[in-house]
Design a protein around this ligand. Structure first.
Ligand code: PMP
Length: 422
């Protein structure tokens, strides 16, 4: 029996799972387009997701009806724009199950959130000889800010190792934690391997060692239910554009006491209470960290994306994505010479692979001709791939609007790749 039949037999059709990806696709205009004369199969969701019409309409609606600068105006449009921006903050608070909307800081994305923590918190607490821990599977945006900080402070960046399959070595982590560990910053879901890390446990161990825990949620917030209070992390970041929202907006959540104690990240308008030549008093949270005119339309778009996700149902969507991942893994394993990269027991949304004798870029180029968009390369996680003896993989990544037919098109495209390079 083929993998297709096994998984269909076991998991049933789409109707049986109760998730109707097909009708959801109608909300995403771009998914109806063609590339190279073929209907688009979009499997590059870990890089960025497509946007539903509801998000696109919210952004254009904002510019058509509301646009004004926020917080300082007494006129109606400014009040409306301020309201829309602050409502988006409350939507993010609910998404993350945060205790207080003042703990939600709008930034450009996960990258800026991590840089903010490294600069504002890290600069304040780190001393020479201190240690920062990250995992072997980090995205560059959770490596480089800490490298810069450690270099400046004479501190040491240490790495929690992982297995060949892409699971963290928790015993090694416990051994690495020590009195010099100040910060543990880890990826919740790996964009290169799909591993879902045991975040609650990692945070707990960091706290036991007296360190704070920073969670890179760029790939988790769109696919898992995140409860920052249950997680008990100290900081959590994610990007709007990977959560069906626009580019240019993202979120840093931080525990209020920590945010209160941190110096500002950037200076400028809106982050101040008063300015004189002698002394500037900073604004309260979260404005202390939001210098200058923010991406108001971006926040509105992100709010609309969260509303949309609420209507779809994040948990139902996650179950569907997980089923698709299982189906895709079985289908791809049928292909001779294909090796799945990242075989952790807990995975979400990402299927990285290599094909014997064929460069990942060649795989991606042929698939593109077939209308199938995947990502190839190091996925901004060069040290993770180096650890596995690779320089690049091909990566298919899923969203809830993907279907079994998308996976079948990927498998057929890979058969074509093998023909071309036979
Ligand atoms: N961390 C992870 C795990 C990611 O996948 C990404 C984006 N690929 C980032 C951080 C950075 O996100 P952004 O580029 O949106 O800031």
């Amino acid at each position: 029996m083929s993998a297709t039949a096994i998984i269909r037999g076991r998991a049933g059709g789409e109707a049986e799972t109760g998730f109707d990806a097909q009708s959801i696709r109608a909300d995403f205009p771009i998914l109806l387009s063609e590339v190279h004369g073929k209907s688009l199969v979009y499997l590059d969701n870990a890089a960025t997701t497509q946007k539903p019409r509801q998000v696109i309409d919210a952004i254009s609606g904002y510019y058509l009806q509301t646009n004004a600068n926020i917080h300082r105006g007494v006129h109606l449009l400014s009040e409306r724009a301020t309201q829309a921006y602050e409502q988006a903050r409350v939507k993010v608070q609910r998404l993350l199950h945060a205790a207080d909307a003042r703990e939600i800081v709008f930034v450009r994305g996960a990258t800026e959130g991590l840089n903010l923590v490294a600069s504002a918190y890290g600069r304040k607490v780190l001393r020479e000889g201190d240690e920062v821990l990250v995992t072997a599977m980090e995205h560059h945006s959770n490596i480089v800010p800490w490298q810069l900080l450690c270099e400046e402070k004479g501190a040491k960046l240490r790495v929690i190792p992982m297995s060949d399959g892409g699971e963290l070595d928790l015993q090694a982590y416990e051994r690495l934690l020590g009195p010099r560990t100040r910060i543990v910053s880890f990826v919740h879901v790996s964009n290169a391997l799909g591993t879902v890390n045991p975040a609650r446990r990692l945070v707990e161990l960091a706290h036991q060692a007296g360190a704070i825990a920073v969670v890179d949620g760029a790939q988790s917030a769109p696919h898992l239910t995140v409860d920052v209070q249950a997680l008990d992390a100290d900081f959590f970041v994610f990007s709007g554009h990977k959560l069906y929202g626009p580019t240019g907006i993202g979120v840093l959540w931080g525990k209020r006491a920590l945010l209160e104690a941190m110096p500002p990240y950037q200076g400028g308008g809106d982050m101040i209470r008063s300015v004189t030549w002698e002394k500037t008093l900073f604004n309260e949270l979260p404005y202390k960290f939001e210098a200058g005119t923010p991406d108001i339309a971006g926040a509105v778009g992100l709010g609309a994306a969260i509303d949309y996700l609420d209507r779809v149902g994040l948990e139902r969507a996650a179950r569907w994505e997980s089923e698709l991942l299982g189906y895709a893994t079985l289908r791809l394993r049928e292909i001779e010479g294909l090796k799945v990269v990242g075989t952790a027991r807990e995975k979400a949304g990402v299927l990285s692979f290599v094909l014997e004798g064929i460069h990942p870029h060649d795989i991606g180029t042929v698939l593109d001709q077939e209308g199938v968009a995947i990502r190839t390369g190091h996925h901004c996680a060069q040290p993770a791939l180096e650890r596995l003896g690779l320089v690049a993989t091909a990566r298919a990544s899923f969203a809830f609007y993907n279907t079994r037919e998308d996976v079948d098109r990927l498998a057929a495209g890979l058969a074509r790749v093998k023909e071309v390079f036979a």
